[in-house]
Design a protein around this ligand. Sequence first.
Ligand SMILES: C[S@@+](CC[C@H](N)C(=O)[O-])C[C@H]1O[C@@H](n2cnc3c(N)ncnc32)[C@H](O)[C@@H]1O
Length: 284
Amino acid sequence: MKEQAALYFTMQPPSFDVISDEWTNEVHIGDCLEIMRAMPSESVDLIVTSPPYADARRHTYGGVSPEKYVEWFTERAEEMIRLLKPSGSFVLNIKEKAVDGQRHTYVLDLILSLNREVGFRWIEEYIWHKTTAAPGKWKYRFRDSWERILHFSKTPNLKMRQDAVKVPIGNWTRARLRNMSDNDRTRQQSSTNSRIGRRISAWEGKDMVYPSNVLHRSPVAHNTGHSAAFPEWLPEFFINLFTDEGDVVLDPFSGSGTTFRVASRLGRVPIGIEINPEYVQCRS
Ligand SMILES: C[S@@+](CC[C@H](N)C(=O)[O-])C[C@H]1O[C@@H](n2cnc3c(N)ncnc32)[C@H](O)[C@@H]1O
């Protein structure tokens, strides 16, 4: 048996490092660039994070000017891609701010850099529609009710547990299923010639379906003493989607530790990194 195992590993060495206890179940205090540089390659299954949105909150936890943001983030992203296992995912919640009356392009530039310079595959963009965004009045825009949640992977063979995030089928879909035409019962080409085939009746009798890439959710977070804490559903959705129990989840901009807490509750192995020690106090 031992010989067989030895032969197996000679032919097919493990493709990732097992991360040691000194890293896990801990929020490390410091710049995530330095801390990630010390961590072993291909040891993390999922990175889910929300970095400073440039310097939008410079009065609370600082930040980086929009002009320098892409360079600043790209350096850290080089470490993130190194840390991810080949099956791993990187989930980035971010939104551009307005500068001089127009939306700055640093998020768009960052997407290009992550894809073209760092080598991440850009798998999807989820829209987080904030269902309870406060009303307001601005000169040339309406209230901001959505944020980007960008999903990147390291390779084409990523881990994805779609069944773990199914949602109730909803009233619209139920009504649509009640009024099916003959076309709905056979696989149809789209009437708009979009080449998207579909068979609506496949969902008849089902209570739960896969969600869309628009997540209609509240921004309300636990009262953590952090001005930009995640609502718990956000890391929870992506942890369930991209990891199994026992997998390693890293948040390199950990803040009050929402990702850390949720990962731990879901039986994953959490690692946090946060530059401001005050926030680490308010994690439990
Ligand atoms: C948007 S907040 C994250 C909030 C977090 N998602 C939560 O639920 O509390 C971004 C955090 O990144 C931290 N930060 C900024 N630069 C950092 C760096 N270079 N390394 C590690 N943390 C950093 C800030 O102090 C801030 O707490």
